[in-house]
Design a protein around this ligand. Sequence first.
Ligand SMILES: CSC[C@H]1O[C@H](OP(=O)(O)O)[C@H](O)[C@@H]1O
Length: 345
Amino acid sequence: MTAHETITAETIAFDDHALILIDQTRLPGELVTLRCTDIRQTHDAIRRLVVRGAPAIGIAAAYGVCLAGDQTGPPTTKQIYLDAIEYLATSRPTAVNLFWALDRMRDVVESTDMGDLPAKLLDEARSIHAEDREMCHAIGRNGAELLADAANVLTHCNAGGLATSTWGTALAPIYHLHQAGHKLHVYADETRPLLQGARLTAWELSQAGVNVTVLTDSMSGSLMRQGKVDAVIVGADRIAANGDVANKIGTYPLAVLARHHAIPFYVAAPSSTFDLALENGDLIPIEQRDRAEVASPHGVTVVPEAAQVINPAFDVTPSELVTAIITERGVVHSPDKSKLADHLS
Ligand SMILES: CSC[C@H]1O[C@H](OP(=O)(O)O)[C@H](O)[C@@H]1O
């Protein structure tokens, strides 16, 4: 196996009735795994971003449902499974893949005899996991053409193998091109406050042998002005029916800068990231995270107590700033409600 496949092929695993996660809060310094054996540990792992990234959250939560019950054994009633699903749904509010995956698990609970449920639920979680692997590679194929002539691609946060089962969404076309011998360079925004770009994207790309340079979040605009960025590609946590995109905080200003500098701005996401029940992105729930992530990163106080802090995990990019959305089904250029409805039907 290549270093890349070895490192990111198992972002998530389920073995011996335990959910095994790369602990992404410990990267890049330590590659360690966390073993979850119940739904509370799973909920906490999602909440603390031990596992993070919309598809990865959905896969982890699906396996979390399989851990419902207690030390005496699996649930004795369907209600215990349904309560576990509702509890896992409270872990984070924005990534719609979490709810998409839990809906699939709920359908299994409601349609399966009690005695068959443990096996059927694990089958469904493994199907969600396997489908995600296929999705990543399909997005890689579909997006590669858009980046084939790019020498320098800028990305934000981490939408790579660590945000999915393997390969990722925004990084999938980059891995696809890299494996085909196309040597492109990636600028990775550090992505404050949790630094998923510096800590995770730079780590996994360098592990895979892809040339990567970390930027502070304030550098992107001047690099674009200097003509050093050929394309921007990012992931998504939820996409509304009109193509508005919720993604890590800092994505919206990137889209504005890209439009100002006539640089293509691509969003890569599976069909499970679309929420067609929401007319536009203003309706997407945006997670507000703890003050400490901004005010005292790694325990170092950088904001005086008297000052207020806001810490929204995501922002919304209007669809008119999106050059194209890449899914496992293909590419939607200049996305709008009608085009997306056709694409997803
Ligand atoms: C492939 S989805 C990746 C998406 O999820 C990240 O958010 P978080 O790290 O808080 O889970 C970020 O928005 C990425 O673009």
